[in-house]
Design a protein around this ligand. Structure first.
Ligand SMILES: C[S@@+](CC[C@H](N)C(=O)[O-])C[C@H]1O[C@@H](n2cnc3c(N)ncnc32)[C@H](O)[C@@H]1O
Length: 290
């Protein structure tokens, strides 16, 4: 495993190389899985991806009072744009460590005429340029997995530092529930290929993650297992990957090892996701103790 700087450079390179490939998954660049709600059409991916954004906002319990809302690991800011449309009187700040994402996301925000509602900052969510106790709400959607360690200590410490006492956070991500050494050979292979392909040092470990949240002053922690809710969108991944791969092949475009690793990880995610005793996709909420 590399140093923190090396890991972060790997994240930057990964998102620079695969950045536009995400358009195949989501035309509005929702870089996460979707949430299936009863009566939705499971074949329509984008509404499920959008629904995940709405689920995060619902669990943030937004009222008129909250003004400082942070998206830690904002990608191309699709969740920020959904937020800005839903709460036009509020502002949201997105943070990403990838300069290319800031440039592209700003263009997308302008195209959606939401540039005045969304501020994007190039930065590291383990070293945020914000005062202690300054944020009213904080969320991280499929982004804390890029932080070091299975407990994601540096990410949690920083998130809790900037959050105001008594205020709420929401984290959505994939979580392992056992140590990878305890996985059988097939699941361990998939796990290792996925973390390599998606530039993750490891997935967060649910037990260690919750313990660290408690140590850093979180309370009222609730964990919702969304694995079945995301399953319909996860099932899209192999088809999207196959279609994308064949399209690039026919166009004669050569994919480099980073892009190929990303596609492979999307395929293998399905296998890992089926091992429910080892892996779950969860929404974690809580508040910072007063
Ligand atoms: C899978 S994308 C999710 C993006 C967005 N939340 C979404 O759902 O569309 C993960 C994001 O985390 C960001 N990220 C990873 N490590 C980071 C760090 N140390 N500081 C800030 N952002 C980081 C990446 O740049 C990327 O934008």
């Amino acid at each position: 495993m590399g140093t923190k700087k090396e890991l972060q450079q790997e994240v930057v390179n990964y998102y620079q190389d695969t950045g536009l490939d995400y358009r195949e998954w989501s035309p509005s660049f929702n870089m996460h899985f979707g949430y299936y709600k009863f009566l939705m059409n499971p074949f329509h991916r984008e509404p499920m991806l959008e629904e995940m954004n709405h689920l995060v906002f619902k669990h943030l319990h937004i009222s008129e009072k909250e003004n400082v809302i942070l998206d830690l690991g904002c990608g191309l800011a699709a969740p920020c744009r959904t937020f800005a449309k839903k709460y036009p009187d509020k502002k949201i700040t997105g943070i990403t460590i990838v300069p290319w994402q800031i440039e592209q996301a700003n263009l997308l925000n302008i195209a959606a005429d939401l540039q005045n509602n969304i501020q994007l900052i190039l930065g590291d969510y383990t070293d945020l340029p914000f005062e202690d106790n300054s944020a009213d709400r904080v969320y991280a959607l499929e982004s804390c997995c890029h932080s070091e360690g299975r407990d994601k200590a540096a990410f949690i410490k920083e998130m809790m530092r900037v959050l105001k006492p008594g205020q709420r956070f929401v984290i959505v991500d994939g979580f392992i529930k056992k140590e990878p050494q305890e996985f059988g050979p097939l699941v361990r292979y998939c796990y290792n290929q996925i973390i390599k392909g998606w530039a993750l040092p490891s997935f967060p470990h649910l037990y260690l993650f919750k313990k660290k949240l408690l140590e850093e002053g979180a309370e009222e922690i609730q964990i919702k297992d969304l694995s079945y809710r995301v399953a319909p969108s996860v099932l899209h991944a192999p088809f999207v990957v196959l279609y994308f791969f064949l399209k690039k092949l026919l166009q004669g475009e050569k994919l480099n090892s980073v892009r190929l690793g990303h596609l492979k990880a999307c395929w293998l995610g399905l296998i890992l996701g089926m091992h429910r005793r080892k892996f779950s996709y969860c929404l974690v909420t809580g508040i910072k103790k007063k």
